[in-house]
Structures are given as C-alpha cells and as structure tokens.
Design a protein around this ligand. Structure first.
Ligand SMILES: Cc1ncc(COP(=O)(O)O)c(C=O)c1O
Length: 382
C-alpha cells in the first residue's frame, strides 16, 4: 500500500496568489471600509450575479451559509411551520429551521442520488407544511422537476440547501437556494453564504435582516441579526472566483481518476452524478465537489477509513455520519428514514481538492481496493 509522506486530508482550501490578495488588501486599507456593504462586497455581488447568470436583485451575501439559510427561511415566513427535509445532510440544514421556530419533518432519500426523494417528501406533507428543503448533496442534483411539481400542487416553497452546489448550474430552480462559501467547499470566501431567490422583493428584506433589521437611522423593524459579510471575505471570494474554471477542471480530473480505478468493481459504488436521472436538470453541469463511495456495510467502511488513516496517511471523511436523526435535537425522527440510515453507515468521501493530482487520487483508490482485497470482500456485490 502506498503511504504518503505528508498527510492527505479529505479537503484543502484553495488559496489565491498572495501578492494579488495583498493588492486587494491595500485597496481595503485605502478605503478604510471593513464591513457594512462596502465596495468589495458590492463588487463580489456583481461578479457572482454575472457568473451565475442571475440579476443582482435576486442574490444576497452573508457571513456564512448557516445564517444565510436561517434568514432565508425566516424571510420566507417559515417560523412555526412544518418543513419537510432530509436527514442526509449537515446539521446546519435543520438547525437553521429549528432556530427560527420551524419543525423539520424528515423524509427519506433516493437510494441512487442520496438526495431527498420527492415521493417520500410528498407523503410527509401535512396542512401545516409550508416548505420543502431538499439538499443537492455533494453538489449532485435533486429531482428538481419533481420538487417543482410538489411546490405547485401543494402551494409550498421549495428552498434548496445548495451548500455543495456552487458551480453546478442549478441556481434557476426553486424559490431560493443557499450556497456555502466555507473553506471546505470547492469555492470559498474564508466563510460566507449566498442566497439566490426568485422574488426580488426579498433582497431588501434580507439586507435588513442581516443587519439587525435596522432601517434608516432611527428604526428597527424586526428581530434581525448580524450576518454581514465583511470586506476581507469579499476580497477572498473575488480572488477565488477568478480561479473557478481551474478548480472545476482539477476536480473533474480527480473524479475521473477515482471513477476509472473503481470501474468494474462490484464491491465499491462510486457515485457519478452524470449517471443520475436527475442530471438532466436544466443548467446542470457536475462540479465534482465531493468523491463519495459506498461500501457493503458499516464494518467494511470503518475498516477502509481506519486503514487508510493508519497505513496510508490518508484522511477520509464519513460524510454524513451519524445521520441527523441520531443527534439529540432530531432523535424524535430516529429510524424513520431507512435508506438514509443505510447510506450513512456505508458512505465515505475521498480526498478531493485543487492541487491533489490525478496520480494521487489513483493511488488512494488503489489503497482502498487493497484494503477490500485483503479482507476478502472483493466479490461481494453491493
Ligand atoms: C449541506 C450543508 N448545509 C449547510 C452548511 C452550512 O454552511 P456554512 O458552513 O457556510 O455555515 C453546510 C456546510 O458546512 C453544508 O454542508
């Protein structure tokens, strides 16, 4: 097995050229404007709108993705409502609902995409449901047409947690989508979050909410919070945005290296978003944000995870495990989503980041296969 001299982590943030970043800092120093709708933030919003092909009136930036989701849910009036969502996600999705006083109602995922299943979501709808929150897990497209039909049929909002999906072209779907710009994501602004929404009247409302809901100099119109993106974050975002074509190309190469190495192996299920029925979603183009594989069972997954760490210096991530419904705030739904529970026990995400070579990805995949072969699970089909 190949042991790497330096640890290979599951992800590594992209960093722009330091000299160019310093030049941007000099501009910030000259402006003496650090936060509160500064010129960098405005420039970043403009460039994002351009790159996403949406008007600036339909986007809003935040200090992080979690607060973007929270304020987006609040602005859509979801407080007090039931919201159907997936347990196969990061805790932020349902935390943001809980924190505005909505009740997450969990429905199961599709076994192929691991995204919320529209059929399961429909069964969970009640007269108190005001929204459905599917997640484009790993940047893979949900069945956006299925959710659009549910939105119309039941008059509920469709809000995508698109934290993983920046660069995947899915921004035209649903009433709102949230993108996380955390450094573990393929594109980042140190920390940051973006909402893209259909109803442009939300822009002003969200601008108020992210700034304590203070309006003008003398009034405060609601219980807002401090969720403003600052100028250094916006600068980082602007610099990373320039690198997006290179970032996407490097991830496509890494994904292809894993895909080829696992081809023909019945004991490894490597998720390829191009093969999903939902990949026909308007605008979709894979961003290869993550490289998830599924193994036969929990024991096999744990063995691969441990041996890669101990013998190869490779740090993978059990993402998402445990499932949300195993965590204290959501235990009320434990056991209600068997497909998601099964996936959480078998999934592992492999290292993927700008700068990881295709040769290293191939070596990591070969290490995975060696672990499987050494334990004689090779011919068991999953
Ligand atoms: C699916 C999902 N939703 C929400 C978030 C929250 O985003 P942030 O870390 O920017 O607050 C994350 C990321 O960490 C995520 O993976």
């Amino acid at each position: 097995m190949k042991r790497f001299d330096e640890p290979i982590l599951v992800t590594r943030p992209y960093l722009p050229d330091l000299e160019t970043f310093k030049a941007g800092c000099e501009e910030i120093w000259r402006n003496r404007w650090l936060t509160n709708n500064g010129p960098m933030l405005k420039r970043f919003e403009g460039r994002l709108a351009e790159s996403l092909g949406v008007p600036e009136s339909n986007i809003s930036l935040f200090v992080n993705g979690t607060l973007a989701l929270e304020l987006g849910f609040y602005a859509l009036g979801l407080s007090g409502a039931e919201v159907v969502t997936t347990p196969f996600t990061f805790v932020a999705t349902s935390h943001a609902l809980k924190r505005i006083g909505a009740t997450p109602v969990f429905a199961d995922v599709d076994p192929e995409t691991l995204c919320l299943s529209p059929e399961a979501a429909e069964k969970a709808i009640t007269p108190r449901t005001k929204a459905i929150v599917p997640v484009h897990v790993y940047g893979h497209p949900c069945d956006v047409d299925g959710f659009a039909r549910l939105g119309e049929k039941y008059g509920v909002k469709i809000v995508y947690d698109a934290a993983h999906a920046f660069g995947a072209g899915l921004q035209s779907h649903g009433d709102m989508s949230m993108y996380s710009f955390h450094p573990t994501k393929l594109f980042h602004s140190c920390e940051g979050g973006l909402l893209v929404f259909r109803d442009e009247s939300l822009r002003e409302r969200l601008a108020e909410l992210r700034n304590f809901a203070i309006k003008g100099e003398l009034s405060c119109v609601d219980v807002g919070t401090n969720a403003k993106m600052n100028e250094l974050q916006a600068l980082m975002g602007l610099e990373c945005l320039k690198a997006m074509p290179g970032i996407l190309a490097s991830r496509a190469e890494i994904h292809a290296a894993y895909r080829e190495a696992f081809a023909g192996r019945a004991d490894v299920k490597f998720l390829d978003p191009r093969s999903f029925p939902s990949s026909g979603a308007a605008g979709f183009s894979p961003n290869y944000a993550y490289c998830p594989v599924l193994f036969k069972d929990l024991e096999t997954r744990e063995r691969v995870y441990a041996e890669l760490k101990e013998k190869c210096n490779v740090f993978t991530r059990r993402y998402f495990y445990p499932l949300l419904t195993d965590f204290a705030p959501y235990e009320y739904a434990k056991g209600s989503c068997p497909v998601a529970e099964d996936a959480a026990r078998r999934v592992l995400t492999l290292p993927t980041y700008y700068g990881l070579s295709a040769a290293d990805a191939k070596a990591i995949a070969e290490n995975v296969l060696e672990v499987l072969d050494s334990h004689g699970v090779r011919h068991e089909t999953i």
